[in-house]
Design a protein around this ligand. Structure first.
Ligand code: ZN
Length: 233
């Protein structure tokens, strides 16, 4: 079940693969933790770090303290909520309040703070960047945590979106976008700092636009001449 969801939903969003077995043949700790958190999916529950540690000890008796759940989130991209990082205190069940606990929120959506090129980010404080945009999607204006303006059944979560998908996710190439406007599997557009489309980054929408007649015959000729000049030099 995790595998199917991973291939269908998470892999296209750049979430890192977690293999069940490590290269030495033993169970991978990340995989153990993920499987444990996924119990009863989609009706998952909050699991304390102690409980996870007990489970992993069945396979690795010398385990002191299981950190894997913490890393599965923003580092590997799995949508694992945490009591330490998030502010979910209102909604937390009594027994996990004030303790380190984790909950697998979705196997279809990546962690909202995850961006696949996170490692290349340098000195980017996404929280303050979001604040500059009043915690709204630069493109559609949906506010973080509130119902999405275009998909009101879904709660908006802001992600670090590329302005130009061909450039690294660095300070001046990031805008906050909601999970619907920032589709990592569809890097078609270039955005300005206001989240408006100012360019096309892929042949797909161009070809589609030609086929659908969005581009006039006269503009087709202009494009053709332009490309010909570039290719001939
Ligand atoms: Zn949006």
């Amino acid at each position: 079940m995790i595998e199917t969801n991973y291939e269908q939903h998470l892999a296209p969003q750049g979430v890192k693969r977690v293999n069940l077995k490590s290269s030495s043949g033993g169970y991978n700790k990340d995989a153990l933790v993920l499987v444990y958190l996924a119990q009863g999916y989609p009706n998952t529950r909050w699991v304390t770090k102690e409980e996870l540690t007990d489970f992993v000890r069945q396979f690795y008796p010398n385990t002191n303290d299981v950190q894997q759940a913490r890393h599965l989130g923003p580092q590997k991209g799995y949508f694992v909520k945490s009591t330490v990082r998030g502010n979910h205190t209102e909604s937390l069940p009594e027994e996990v309040r004030g303790r380190s606990a984790y909950k697998l929120e979705s196997l279809e959506k990546a962690h909202p703070n995850y961006s696949p090129q996170r490692r290349t980010e340098q000195g980017v404080d996404f929280e303050s960047l979001k604040a500059q945009y009043a915690n709204r999607c630069a493109t559609c204006g949906s506010e973080e945590g509130k119902p999405n303006l275009r998909y009101p059944q879904s709660r908006t979560s802001l992600q670090a979106g590329h302005r130009n998908p061909h450039l690294p996710l660095e300070a001046d190439n990031i805008i906050p976008q909601c999970q619907f406007c920032n589709r990592a599997d569809r890097n078609w557009w270039v955005y300005d700092e206001r989240g408006r489309v100012v360019g096309v980054a892929s042949a797909t929408p161009v070809i589609r636009s030609i086929d659908r007649g969005y581009i006039t015959r006269n503009d087709l000729k202009r494009i053709y001449e332009h490309i010909r000049k570039i290719l001939e030099t």
